[in-house]
Every structure is written in structure tokens, then in C-alpha cells.
Write a protein that binds this ligand. Structure first.
Ligand code: PEP
Ligand code: MN
Length: 385
């Protein structure tokens, strides 16, 4: 923590020294040449940080900066206790299915999560899952495929279709048994986490619940892999700290997912949310967690889904999660997110494009990435726990 303050306030400096000592920190005063001095608070400042507002209000204090991150469990760069920075290895999140295959998110190959917005009937869910399984087998990417579908749906209006609930989970269990492919589904209620953890392969925490701290902690306790969507009004720090709530409970199997944020261009404009692609790089620089992109909710329109998905590839995301539909004729029946559902045959073209990109372009981009990694001095590596 760094505190910038006007010269000539010895009482404040002493007060800060005392508060810092109470939290186990020490103070170093660096004299500036003109109006301001700089105070360095040394040590783990996480508990002192709770008093940052108090410090900022003391006479003569100009500004308080928190330098070290509050998300220590997932941070890419941590201190080694001897004033050396350590760059930690990236996390690989594994999700396996009854087919015996392990999907490795962050393992170097793009992982494809796809399926309907929600489970409506067993027939619709099974039809989609079978089509995706066939596609995955045809393209030899079964070990990279995870099925998505919501059983609990967060809806803006209480009278809209809110999902089949536990009946939907039972359908997903049967569909998984039939296809062999693991599934991800949203959990919204912290009191259901334990029960659902016995069924689901991966939890999804939606954008509306991205800061439901009781839910985050419960999912952290469950140990089940989780995809954490970024809250649509959250800045990157808030998102990473939300992930820290999960990690802090001992669960590091977290995938961060950018799905678009609210801006003045969203809603009634040309997109539903504004995809923040730059944050994919930022998330990879700041955390050890794999990152995913959701082109569907960013677009809100099936004509924009493939474009968004391909645009995100330049940022080398570890995975994508896409909403699809098995037949145009079902659109009229679809009770949630019908407009953005991409026909599976079009999704297949996008998957082929991603595979071509992976083979032809990604290695070149990786060289660019490696250059910047080296420039950051990311030479020391240590295991993430
Ligand atoms: C969804 O995946 O269907 C969903 C509701 O996503 P989000 O929370 O990103 O809106
Ligand atoms: Mn949806």
C-alpha cells in the first residue's frame, strides 16, 4: 500500500504507523522534494485494507493506493516473502464425462461448451445433445465438448419461464448417460449447491449472481469445477475478487467467462451487451485461471454469434460457451433466449473455423504472446498450490 501525503503532518504519519503496526505492517517514509511525501506500508496489507477509507480521510492524506492484489489465491504474480515476484503456472480445469474422456480447460486446446439456453423437454435436450455428440465425433473433438443447458433460469420478469428446476437436472443426468458427454448448468441458490453437486459436472454462476457471495462460497466448498460469468456491471477487479470467494474455500477449478457488459450501446442498440474482448488478455495476465468467452449473450442475435466467437479467438481464449438450437422450427417453442440461438449446423461451421484457426493462426499469435510474457520478465514459475 502506498500513501501519498502533504508534508508537515507528523501526527498523521504517527497515526498511520500505529494502525499499520496493529495489522502487522511496517511503514517506510520516502521524502519527496517538494509538497508531498510517500509512505510505503510493507507486509501483507489485506487486513489493513479494510481501513483504507479511514486512512484516506486523515488530515494531509492525498491518496491511498492498494498495490498488492486482494485475490491472492488466483493471482498470476505473487510475492515469495523475500521481496521476489513469482509468476505462477496457469491452472488447468478438468471436467470428465461417463465416456471416460477428460476435458482440459486451459490445457492448450479450445474447449467447446454448447447447448440450448435451457432444458425444456427431454426430447429437445436429447436431440441437441445427440447432434452435438455426433458433430464432436465427426470433428474428433469429443474430448473437448461439454454440453450446456439451464435448469434454473435467472429471468428479469418473474412471470417468464424460469426453468424446470430439479426435473431439468434429472433430464440432464439422463442425457449425459446417453451421450457420455459431461454437462454444465447454472446454480442460483446457495441452499441447493450441495444437492446439485452430486449431479452436475460443472457449475455455471450467471452474470446476475456473480456477486452472490454466499453462493460463491458454497460452490467453493463443493469442489465442483465452476464457470464464473462476469457480472454485467462488474469491473475486472470485482470479477477477480468474486472468483477469489470461490478459491478462498479451496476450489481452484474456476474458469472465468466474459459474456459482455452493459454499456450505453447495449439494449435496443446493435448488441445486447458489449463484449469486452480486451478483458480476456487482462484476466490471463492477472490470474492463473483459464478464460472463456460467451458470444451468445454478448450478441443477443444469432446473426452476430459466429462473428463474436471468431473475433474473440485473437485473444486465445481457453474455451467458448455458445447457445445453439437443433431446428429452426423449434425457435417458436423456445422460452428463453430464442433470438440468439445458433443453428447447430452453423455452429459446426464456427467450430471448423476455430479448428482451422488453431492449426494455422494460433501458433503465430502464441509467438506474439510469448514475446510479451518475456518482456514482463515472467521467467520464474511455481506451481499454483
Ligand atoms: C445463460 O447462460 O443462459 C445465462 C443466463 O447467462 P448469463 O448469466 O451470462 O446472462
Ligand atoms: Mn441464455
Amino acid at each position: 500500500m502506498i500513501i501519498e501525503m502533504e508534508k508537515g503532518h507528523p501526527t498523521t504519519v504517527e497515526a498511520i504507523r500505529k494502525v499499520a503496526a496493529r495489522h502487522g505492517n511496517t511503514l517506510e517514509v520516502i521524502e519527496g522534494s517538494e509538497v508531498y511525501d510517500t509512505l510505503h506500508v510493507i507486509g501483507d496489507v489485506r487486513s489493513l485494507a479494510g481501513q483504507a477509507d479511514y486512512l484516506a480521510n486523515l488530515p494531509g492524506v492525498e491518496r491511498v493506493w492498494r498495490i498488492s492484489s486482494s485475490y491472492k489465491n488466483i493471482a498470476r504474480v505473487v510475492g515469495d516473502g523475500k521481496r521476489q515476484a513469482v509468476h505462477r503456472l496457469r491452472r488447468v480445469v478438468e471436467v470428465s464425462g461417463p465416456d471416460g474422456l477428460v476435458r482440459r480447460i486451459g490445457g492448450g486446446k479450445h474447449i467447446f461448451l454448447a447447448g440450448p439456453d435451457s432444458v425444456q423437454t427431454e426430447e429437445q435436450t436429447l436431440t441437441q445433445a445427440r447432434m452435438l455428440a455426433t458433430m464432436a465425433d465427426r470433428l474428433k473433438i469429443r474430448d473437448r465438448m461439454i454440453f450446456r443447458a439451464g435448469a434454473f433460469k435467472p429471468r428479469t420478469r418473474p412471470t417468464d419461464f424460469r426453468g424446470l428446476g430439479l426435473e431439468g437436472i434429472a433430464i440432464l443426468d439422463r442425457v449425459r448417460q446417453e451421450t457420455g458427454i459431461p454437462y454444465i448448468t447454472e446454480v442460483m441458490d446457495h441452499t441447493l449447491v450441495e444437492e446439485l453437486a452430486d449431479h452436475v459436472d460443472m457449475f455455471q454462476i450467471g452474470t446476475r449472481n456473480a456477486q452472490d457471495f454466499a453462493l460463491l462460497e458454497k460452490v467453493g466448498n463443493s469442489g465442483t469445477p465452476v464457470m464464473l460469468k462476469r457480472g454485467f456491471g462488474n469491473d475486472a477487479e470485482e470479477w477477480f475478487n468474486a472468483a477469489e470467494y470461490i478459491a478462498n474455500q479451496g476450489n481452484l477449478d474456476i474458469v472465468l467467462c466474459e459474456r459482455g457488459v452493459k454499456t450505453m450501446f447495449a439494449k435496443n442498440g446493435y448488441n445486447r451487451f458489449t463484449p469486452d474482448l480486451n478483458v480476456l488478455r487482462h484476466a490471463k495476465e492477472k490470474t492463473i485461471l483459464p478464460v472463456a468467452f460467451d458470444p451468445s449473450h454478448a450478441a443477443g442475435d444469432d446473426r452476430l454469434v459466429v462473428e463474436n466467437l471468431l473475433a474473440s479467438l485473437a485473444f486465445l481464449p481457453d474455451a467458448s460457451i455458445t447457445e445453439v438450437i437443433h431446428a429452426e422450427s423449434f425457435r417458436v417453442e423456445q422460452l428463453c433466449d430464442a433470438r440468439q440461438a445458433l443453428l447447430i449446423e452453423l455452429y459446426e461451421r464456427a467450430v471448423e473455423a476455430i479448428l482451422a484457426f488453431e492449426a494455422g493462426v494460433a501458433p503465430l499469435l502464441q509467438q506474439v504472446e510469448d514475446h510479451f510474457e518475456l518482456r514482463r520478465g515472467a521467467t520464474q514459475e511455481a506451481g499454483a498450490r
